[in-house]
Design a protein around this ligand. Structure first.
Ligand code: HEM
Length: 144
């Protein structure tokens, strides 16, 4: 009977292990990023359509709010850097994120003046910034 209980306990721990590990990789920053991800996907799809500008501006507001909060956070990858490089790594990341907020503001201005062709180009540039930002500062992307 005791042995069965032991086996059941070990089996449960093994089954739960991967989920607990996944929960650990969730950071303050990755939560903000996830919120930006949903809004950006929708924005990309509809940015050319001027009949959706009000909703596109709402999606941008979500992205901006989370990007602004992200300027004050630190990437998990910091921990992989030697102690002497960490401060510069975080400062570089935060400077890039502030630049990204500036890009968001440009898209806002284009949409407010109903310049959808310009907004479309600027949203493509946001996609480039996302790629570059992830390559430089996101743990998983760096390993690839
Ligand atoms: C439209 C722009 C962007 C979108 C939609 C986006 C989306 C995402 C998503 C979905 C994740 C994964 C979150 C998770 O693991 O649950 C992520 C992670 C991350 N992103 Fe972005 N991202 C964008 C721009 C940027 C920029 C510009 C930077 C850097 C300047 C950046 C830095 C990071 C970092 C460092 C992580 C890893 C999280 C951590 O270290 O805790 N992202 N992003």
């Amino acid at each position: 009977m005791k042995i069965r209980l032991l086996i059941a306990t070990v089996a449960c721990a093994l089954a739960a292990g991967p989920f607990l590990q996944a929960a650990e990789t969730e950071t303050e920053l990755s939560k903000k990023m996830d919120k930006m991800g949903g809004a950006f996907r929708a924005l990309r799809r509809q940015v050319a359509d001027s009949s959706k500008n009000a909703d596109s501006l709402a999606k941008l507001a979500t992205i901006k709010e989370n990007a602004m909060a992200s300027t004050k956070l630190e990437p998990a990858m910091k921990a992989d850097k030697p102690a002497a490089e960490q401060a510069k790594f975080v400062a570089d990341y935060q400077a890039e994120m502030k630049k990204f907020v500036g890009q968001i503001e440009k898209v806002e201005a284009a949409l407010k003046s109903n310049n959808n062709a310009e907004a479309e180009k600027l949203v493509a540039a946001m996609g480039d910034a996302q790629k570059a930002g992830h390559k430089a500062f996101k743990k998983e992307d760096k390993k690839k």
